[in-house]
Design a protein. Structure first.
Length: 642
């Protein structure tokens, strides 16, 4: 199925499973549909099965969005508790479309829980509470993690009750956008080999073509993929030790629930103590649009640059100053309902900036960027941070495991499949590449090109169902298709106003231009810090004037909601007439927060104030006895404080 056909089906509002081989454009198609919905003001929730996958979509994990957390089952009492959480209930009731990316890594039990929660809170017995659900992924990728002894039949999402209940329309994308055709040169196409593996009909010619790459000289910037961590660690340690020069150590910081922190560490592709030297081959492990890098971007460490940080020993970790004045980040500690929350940094004009050396990376493209610390978080259903992990977003990349390569696109790779121990490992590794010209295959075993039989059987069925769906929808004339699209938009509470749609497109264009300008600016080594200037605030203001919510602005700007609220506070202080009344909390909240604010001012306890004289959030939260969450307090303070 072509991407355009899949988009036509998505726009009708049917539940859809979007699938296809690696590089077929699943994420691109999803983003096209998400933009389509947002332009028409249809409430869409963008989620993924893992934190790393969520960063690709600028969304959150499905576990956090739905409130299921890390549970495998929910009792009636659990459901009642979730339904009483107003923030969660409102979010689930307001959503018209739910997107779940990388569905192959979501356990069947968890997909059932998502549907169960939506049914309960929306008081609707239809699948997923009656909203449109779009799941995307490829079940030939490695399966989800399960309990000891669980089979893939018990783990795959397509075996769940919720999947059957949803009656997904299958959109199996057939166009290839990653692999490069080599047929014109008389060679065997990697895409053909991958499709043979998917069909489990690998020819002798294909095996010979793969084996022939053993003697192939690939780019010196190649990535080495191995099945076991032992091989990877050995190669990286050996290569690092061989480098001369000073060794720099970067220590991670973490806060919050210890078990959740451990969960974060398992998904983050770095180390608590990251040791680097000039000349090290490194890989970025998190998307950063301002730097113009993504998860899997490769490069070489060429030096260390001094970056300004806040000298604040009271904080759990130092925060980078993002410009040359006083615009450092401002938040305070969180501790809700007895759960350990992340210690958020506080802005202080009185703090004296110090400097810390950060890695300078020359990307394979030739650009040079500074790798500053990034944060990975787990939030609860109210948006409060339960656990955080902060580290420089790099890992040594002379070698990485195949598991960690999922989602990457590589120009060149040296792959060893001689110790393959899991079905699908070989397919995942080979599908990272664009062509056979970039492959050096060191070895294979009998399992290397095998796929899970259950996934293979399901894939055959998905192909048939996709062809049927394509044929059925192709019979509709253009007018009928347009009517179906418009009907769903109106049913979902969206708008067909051309002026609104055009305004969104204009804003998106401005955002892309701003991002490109930031990327261009970052190309120069001297520009090492983020730009929180008037142009950044202007970008937030433009979205604010469209009456978008903080969550929507956060997604559009690809910034955290706390950062957006800081932008709004700055804008409000500059212009009291700022068009943000649509964000103003209810009168009861405003009154309660206002009374707490006055009471703390009168008490005049030095521990309740930041260095710049502003009141910390925590004392207000404690004064209110946890009846109002942090985000509501922060919003109220924007309207209360002068």
């Amino acid at each position: 199925m072509r991407q355009s056909s899949a988009l036509d089906i998505l726009k009708t509002g049917q539940n859809v499973f979007l699938t296809g081989s690696a590089g077929s454009g699943k994420t691109y198609t999803l983003n096209q549909y998400i933009d389509y919905l947002r332009a028409r003001r249809v409430p869409v929730a963008v989620t993924a099965s893992t934190g790393i996958a969520a960063t690709h979509m600028n969304g959150t994990t499905i576990h956090s969005w739905s409130g299921i957390g890390i549970k495998d089952e929910l009792s009636d009492r659990d459901l009642t508790t979730l339904s009483r959480k107003q923030f969660l209930a409102d979010r689930l009731k307001d959503t018209a479309v739910l997107v779940i990316d990388e569905i192959s890594m979501l356990h069947a039990k968890q997909l059932n829980l998502v549907s169960q929660v939506l049914k309960h809170i929306r008081k609707n017995d239809k699948a997923f509470g009656g909203i449109q659900v779009v799941v995307a992924g490829d079940f030939f990728q490695l399966p989800p993690i399960g309990s000891k002894g669980e089979t893939n039949r018990e783990k795959f999402a397509f075996m769940s009750e919720a999947w059957l209940d949803a009656k997904f329309h299958i959109c199996y994308l057939s166009e290839q956008h990653r692999q490069i055709s080599e047929a014109a040169n008389g060679g065997l196409d990697l895409d053909d080999i991958l499709n043979q593996i998917r069909r489990q009909e690998v020819t002798f010619e294909s095996i010979a073509a793969l084996e022939a790459t053993f003697d192939q000289n690939v780019d010196i910037k190649r990535t080495r993929l191995y099945t076991h961590n032992l091989n990877v660690n050995s190669i990286n340690d050996k290569e690092l030790a061989a480098l001369e020069g000073e060794m720099m150590r970067f220590t991670a910081t973490s806060t919050g629930d210890s078990k959740l922190v451990e969960t974060l560490k398992k998904t983050v592709r770095t180390q608590d103590d990251l040791v680097l030297k000039v000349g090290a081959k490194v890989m970025f492990i998190k998307n950063n649009t301002e730097l113009g890098v993504s998860n899997g971007t490769m490069g070489e460490l060429i030096g260390f640059a001094a970056v300004k940080i806040n000298d604040d020993s009271k904080d759990s970790s130092d925060d980078l100053i993002e410009d040359d004045d006083d615009s450092a980040e401002s938040e305070t500690d969180k501790n809700v309902k007895g759960k350990s929350k992340k210690a958020i940094k506080e802005k202080s004009k009185a703090k004296k900036p110090t400097t810390q050396k950060m890695p300078v990376v020359r990307l394979n493209s030739g650009r040079e960027v500074v790798a500053e610390p990034e944060e990975w978080i787990i939030e609860d259903e109210t948006g409060d941070v339960l656990a955080s992990y902060e580290q420089v977003p790099l890992c040594l990349a002379w070698a990485i495991t195949i598991h960690k390569s999922q989602g990457m696109t590589l120009d060149a790779a040296e792959i060893d499949l001689s110790r393959t121990f899991e079905l699908g490992q070989g397919y995942v590794a080979l599908s990272r590449l664009k062509s056979l010209a970039g492959l050096q295959l060191l070895g294979m075993n009998d399992m290397s090109l095998q796929l899970d039989p259950l996934a293979r059987g399901a894939d055959k069925r998905f192909l048939v169902l996709s062809e049927e769906a394509d044929a059925n929808y192709s019979m509709l004339d253009e007018e009928s298709m347009t009517q179906a699209h418009e009907k769903f938009i109106l049913k979902s509470g969206g708008t067909l106003s051309k002026s609104v749609i055009d305004a969104y497109s204009t804003l998106q264009k401005k955002r892309r231009e701003q991002q490109q300008a930031q990327i261009d600016k970052k190309q120069k080594l001297g520009n090492q810090v983020s730009d929180k200037s008037d142009s950044t605030l202007l970008a937030t203001r433009l979205l604010l004037e469209e009456s978008l919510s903080i969550a929507e602005i956060s997604q559009a700007r690809q910034l955290s909601q706390s950062t957006i609220m800081r932008h709004i506070a700055d804008l409000k202080s500059q212009d009291p007439s700022l068009a943000c009344d649509h964000l103003r909390p209810e009168d009861e909240v405003m009154t309660a927060v206002g009374n707490a604010y006055v009471a703390i001012k009168v008490a005049n306890n030095p521990n309740d104030f930041n260095d710049d004289g502003s009141i910390k959030l925590r004392p207000i939260f404690d004064h209110l006895k946890q009846s109002i969450d942090y985000n509501a307090i922060r919003l109220a303070l924007i309207f209360i404080t002068p």
